[in-house]
Write a protein that binds this ligand. Structure first.
Ligand code: GYE
Length: 306
C-alpha cells in the first residue's frame, strides 16, 4: 500500500488499488494485445498491477491466485486457461473476502457467487457469425463443402464455444462437412503443423475454419508450401482481427474474420474499482464486436492499434 490518495479506487481509504491479474500466457497476437491493454489501463488508472503469466498452464494460474490471496490484493482478475476446475481456489478467495473478476474467458462453475463479474466476448456468437458467413458465401454451390477446423486450446471457453456456434450455423445443410477438426493450441506453430497433416490426409479441402488468426496464419504457410493458394483454393475464416490477421485478410489470403476485442483493460479497471468500493456490477459484461471482409480490412487497417 502506498500513500497515493489521488486515485478513486482501493479497498481502504485513499490507498492505491491493487489488482492481481493471472494471465493465460503469450500464445497469440490477441493475448499480447490483451496484456498490453491491461498493463496500460492499470497505469492510466493509477492501479498497482501484480501481473502473472501462467504460460498456458492452469496449475500456474492457481498458484498465482493463491499468492494474490496471501498478498491480500484488493481484487483478483484472471483469464481462465480452461473452463473447469476453479471451484476450490475461488472458494479460497471468497473466504478471504477478495472479489474476483473473470476476464475474457468463462468458467463452468455453477456457483456464481465465486466471482463478481465476467467481462468478455460471446464466443458462441463469434462461431455463429463465422458459420453464417460461410453458409451465405456457398449458397450457390451444390457441395459438398469440405471443411477442416483448427480448434483453440482444449477445454478453453473460446475453443468450446467457437466450435459449437459454428457447428450450429452450418448444421441445417448437410452439404457442409467438417472432415477434420483438431487443436492447434491457438498458436501459429501448431496451426501450421496440424494444417500440414490435414493437407496430407485430405486432398479435397475447400474451407479452413480456425478459432483464431494465429492458427490461420500458420496454416497459410502450410497451404502455400503445399502449392495451393490460400483464400482461393482453400477459403479461410478466422476469429480475432489482430493486425497480422487483418493484413492477410486485406491481401485476400483470409476471406473473413470475426472480431474478438482484446482491449478489455479500461473496463476491467472500472469494474475492479467498483467492486473494491463495495459497489454492484453487472454479472456479465459483453464486449462489442464486428466482422470484417477484405475490403473492410483495407479500410480499417491504417487505424488498427493491435
Ligand atoms: O481468441 C485467442 C487467444 O481467449 C479470446 O485466446 C481469447 C482467445 C483468442 O489465444 O487468440
Amino acid at each position: 500500500c502506498g500513500d497515493d490518495d489521488s486515485g478513486d479506487g482501493g479497498g481502504g481509504g485513499g490507498d492505491k488499488l491493487t489488482i492481481g491479474f493471472a494471465q493465460v500466457g503469450a500464445e497469440s497476437g490477441w493475448r499480447t494485445a490483451n496484456t498490453k491493454s491491461i498493463q496500460e489501463s492499470a497505469k492510466a488508472a493509477g492501479v498497482e498491477l501484480k501481473f502473472s503469466d501462467a504460460q498456458g498452464k492452469q496449475e500456474n494460474q492457481i498458484k498465482a491466485i493463491r499468492s494474490f490471496i496471501t498478498q491480500r490484493v484488493d481484487v483478483i482478475a484472471f483469464s481462465p486457461v480452461v473452463e473447469s476446475g476453479w471451484d476450490t481456489v475461488l472458494k479460497e478467495a471468497k473466504d478471504a473476502e477478495i472479489p474476483v473478476i473473470l476476464t475474457d474467458r468463462a468458467i463452468d462453475s455453477t456457483d456464481e457467487s465465486l466471482y463478481e463479474s465476467f467481462i468478455g466476448s460471446d464466443f458462441v456468437l463469434e462461431g455463429k457469425k463465422a458459420g453464417e458467413w460461410l453458409v451465405e458465401d456457398e449458397k450457390d454451390e451444390p457441395g459438398p463443402v469440405n471443411i477442416v477446423e483448427l480448434q483453440g486450446t482444449p477445454g478453453a471457453a473460446p475453443a468450446n464455444d467457437r466450435k459449437a456456434g459454428f457447428a450450429d450455423a452450418i448444421k441445417a445443410d448437410p452439404k457442409f462437412k467438417i472432415i477434420a477438426s483438431q487443436t492447434g493450441q491457438f498458436t501459429r506453430t501448431d496451426g501450421k503443423q496440424v494444417m500440414e497433416t490435414f493437407l496430407k490426409s485430405h486432398p479435397d479441402i475447400d474451407v479452413l475454419y480456425a478459432h483464431n488468426d494465429d492458427m490461420g496464419l500458420g496454416a497459410i504457410e502450410a497451404i502455400e508450401a503445399a502449392g495451393k493458394t490460400p483464400g482461393k483454393d482453400i477459403k479461410i475464416i478466422t476469429v480475432d482481427a489482430v493486425k497480422d490477421g487483418m493484413t492477410a485478410l486485406s491481401e485476400g489470403k483470409i476471406n473473413f474474420i470475426v472480431e474478438c476485442s482484446p482491449l478489455l483493460g479500461p473496463q476491467l479497471m472500472d469494474l475492479a474499482k467498483t467492486v473494491a468500493d463495495g459497489g454492484t456490477v453487472d454479472k456479465r459484461v459483453l464486449t462489442e464486436e464486428t466482422t470484417f471482409t477484405p475490403e473492410q480490412a483495407k479500410e480499417v487497417l491504417p487505424e488498427r492499434k493491435y
